[in-house]
Design a protein around this ligand. Structure first.
Ligand SMILES: O=P(O)(O)OC[C@H]1O[C@](O)(CO)[C@@H](O)[C@@H]1O
Length: 329
């Protein structure tokens, strides 16, 4: 792997992060570092940070937009109307599961509504009661929602944020996204705006949520952060002081997705029964991970669950068939 161009705005940071790694082969450096650097080099290759005409153009933008414009999203947003008839507790669970399984991005509110029980059965850790008790105890608190993918994951994340704000469970939601395109589909500020427009233009409950979210943004109750650390090749244990203070000031931080989970637990192959609380003890406040399983980094799985899953003889750690809601007060 070659160094960045000398003019790179973040050359000093990458020189530091890349000490002992630049010049080596991709397969010989830690996976998290290699993947992050790959996306940084890709943006260099497309001129994203350059002075030319491609400056600031998201190379994955057309794919993201096609997904957002597609009929699948129409169906998912329409399915939101079905949640209106549910009792409040069930509605909240449906929205939470929508956000969780949105990380797999091949399920929807509709599926969630039809199959709550099946979806819940695929949770290898289910700390939903603890999640709601943390939120209720601090209501109306400040919730940091660390987003993962744009489009079909970010839409249900935003709908969940709207629910928390509209029900008085959160006084403020701070949505953390990536400052620039990363891991193909990761959400950037531009993707948040695209999703808000998509929601606001939709009929029914989705449109109502979109209108409320624009209002919340105008009033500062929904805020956006795109911290450079979000695209750094580092685990959260190495987060800078300002980010640490931000998470410390939140009543709850919700981490979405597989990559955030890997960074949260140090991207290590822990024995899967290692307590989640021990692995995340450094994190400066209550935390919940909402993640479908796409990699081997795993902690806090009960012994019995682990034995049952392994005995079934099917791959479950990396295929996105299983998920977790994992909380630490
Ligand atoms: O979008 P998510 O849930 O963060 O998943 C990203 C995951 O996909 C991969 O890029 C490939 O599986 C992993 O390296 C990464 O953890």
């Amino acid at each position: 792997m070659e160094p960045l161009e000398p003019s790179a705005h973040d050359g000093a940071a990458w020189a530091e992060w890349g000490r002992g790694k630049i010049g080596r082969r991709y397969v010989d450096v830690p996976f998290l570092w290699g993947e992050s650097y790959f996306y940084r080099k890709l943006l260099e290759a497309t001129g994203y940070f350059g002075d030319g005409p491609w400056r600031g153009i998201d190379p994955f933008g057309p794919m993201k937009q096609a997904e957002l414009d597609g009929p699948v999203v129409d169906g998912e947003l329409a399915a939101l109307d079905g949640t209106a008839a549910l009792p409040p507790g069930e509605r909240a669970e449906a929205l939470l599961l929508g956000s969780l399984w949105g990380n797999r991005a091949d399920l929807s509110f509709g599926v969630t509504l039809k199959g709550d029980h099946e979806r819940a059965a695929d949770l290898v850790v289910d700390d939903r009661p603890l999640l709601w008790s943390l939120i209720e105890a601090a209501a109306p608190g400040k919730i940091c929602l660390v987003a993962d993918n744009a489009g079909r994951e970010l839409l249900p994340d935003l709908v969940l944020a709207d629910h928390l704000l509209a029900c008085g469970l959160a006084g403020e939601v701070v949505l953390h996204v990536k400052p620039f395109p990363y891991f193909v589909s990761d959400a950037t500020p531009a993707d948040v705006l695209a999703c808000l427009r998509r929601l606001a233009a939709a009929p029914g409950r989705a449109g109502e949520a979109g209108a409320r979210l624009w209002g919340a943004m105008e009033e500062g109750r929904l805020r956006l952060r795109a911290h450079p650390f979000a695209c750094a090749p580092l685990p959260y244990a190495d987060m800078p002081d300002d980010l640490r203070e931000e998470f410390a000031s939140a009543s709850l931080t919700v981490m979405k997705g597989d990559l955030n989970y890997r960074r949260l637990v140090g991207d290590r192959m822990w024995p899967a029964t290692t307590p989640f609380a021990a692995v995340t003890a450094y994190f400066p406040g209550p935390i919940v991970a909402l993640r479908t399983l796409k990699s081997d980094a795993l902690a806090g799985v009960p012994e019995r669950t682990l034995a049952e899953l392994d005995a079934a003889g099917r791959p479950w750690r990396t295929t996105g068939t299983h998920a977790m809601v994992q909380a630490r007060p």
